[in-house]
Ligand binder design. Structure first.
Ligand SMILES: Cc1cc2nc3c(=O)[nH]c(=O)nc-3n(C[C@H](O)[C@H](O)[C@H](O)COP(=O)(O)OP(=O)(O)OC[C@H]3O[C@@H](n4cnc5c(N)ncnc54)[C@H](O)[C@@H]3O)c2cc1C
Length: 277
């Protein structure tokens, strides 16, 4: 974590069978929201491994609601891992270290329609994006769950169409890429492109990015595709931990601060493939 802010848990509630909502208070002015509806933080969950993607021992969680004295987050209880275990044991009164927030969701103001696609881990961010949307915005949403028991109301002032699907989430093949392929043509015309935000398992997110760029030829500026977790985490960590100094330096040189993440992915995708991940 770049910064460490100690918060205190003030509430824990079961949202649906697969989700726990955790409310924390933040001390004074130390934690400031970015204002973006998919903002996320690192949460120190007591992990003893290092995240292959970013080198942290904490886990990422979306800020599902900003409160006057803190915020809420919602933890998917997927059954493995220190983050999911933390979600099951956290109690009011616990101290929790978090980072400052960062965010990805940034639709151009002229976006024709907004498309939100994700698995269970994206549900807290999608719920907040919709809850904070204006009446003049319109959304097409596809959410893939392991169980319909986690389906919930998604209140919004905007015009919203939501499709719920069963699949992915580490239990079954994901249908998100094919759902998006089917949805997209109806949302594009000569004058307008939709803004497409995707958050799901990393290999599925890469498949979707390739499809949007190469087959659908969607401009990079109107898409934000994020891998939220790794289904093949053990393999990725073993590959990453065996990289030479030269390979690590090459990876760092590809991921440049002076271009967008989607631009970086143009070179990063073939680099990852060359490593066999
Ligand atoms: C920007 C961002 C925002 C996120 N927001 C949320 C959020 O609001 N709520 C939320 O619950 N998650 C969210 N995630 C995803 C969460 O960070 C990952 O699922 C994380 O891997 C959980 O850590 P863990 O310790 O439970 O499992 P890990 O230690 O990372 O993994 C242990 C095992 O569990 C598997 N696994 C990990 N996550 C899942 C999963 N979701 N489903 C099935 N199997 C899994 C792995 O493949 C591995 O085999 C977000 C991720 C990012 C990058």
């Amino acid at each position: 974590m770049e910064t460490t802010i100690t918060t205190v848990v003030t509430g824990v509630e079961q949202v649906t069978p697969g989700f726990v909502r955790v409310r924390v208070t933040t001390p004074g002015e130390q934690w400031v929201s970015t204002g973006a509806a998919d903002e996320f933080i690192h949460v120190e969950v007591g992990a003893d491994d290092v995240d292959a993607g970013d080198g942290h021992t904490s886990r990422h969680y979306s800020v599902s609601k900003v409160l006057s004295d803190g915020f809420e987050m919602e933890i998917a209880l997927h059954g493995h891992g220190p983050g999911a275990r933390w979600g099951q044991r956290v109690r009011p009164g616990d101290a929790v270290e978090v980072s400052e927030p960062k965010a990805y969701y940034a639709p151009p103001s002229a976006a024709h329609r907004r498309v939100l696609v994700g698995d269970a881990t994206a549900l807290p961010a999608i719920a907040r994006i919709l809850a904070e949307a204006n009446p003049d915005e319109s959304f097409s949403v596809v959410i893939e769950l392991a169980s319909m028991a986690d389906l919930r109301e998604l209140p919004s002032a905007a015009d919203v169409r939501v499709e719920w699907r069963i699949g992915g989430n580490g239990y079954a093949p994901s249908v998100l890429c094919s759902e998006l392929k089917g949805l997209l043509p109806g949302l594009r015309d000569a004058a307008h492109e939709p803004y497409v935000w995707v958050a799901c398992e990393a290999s599925e997110s890469r498949r979707i990015r390739q499809n949007l760029r190469k087959e659908a030829q969607l401009p990079m500026a109107v898409m934000r595709i994020v891998g939220y977790w790794h289904g093949d985490k053990d393999h990725i960590m073993s590959v990453w931990n065996s990289l030479t100094e030269e390979q690590l330096a090459h990876a760092a040189s590809i991921w440049r601060e002076d271009r967008s993440d989607e631009e970086n992915w143009v070179e990063y995708e073939p680099f990852l493939r060359s490593l066999g991940v």
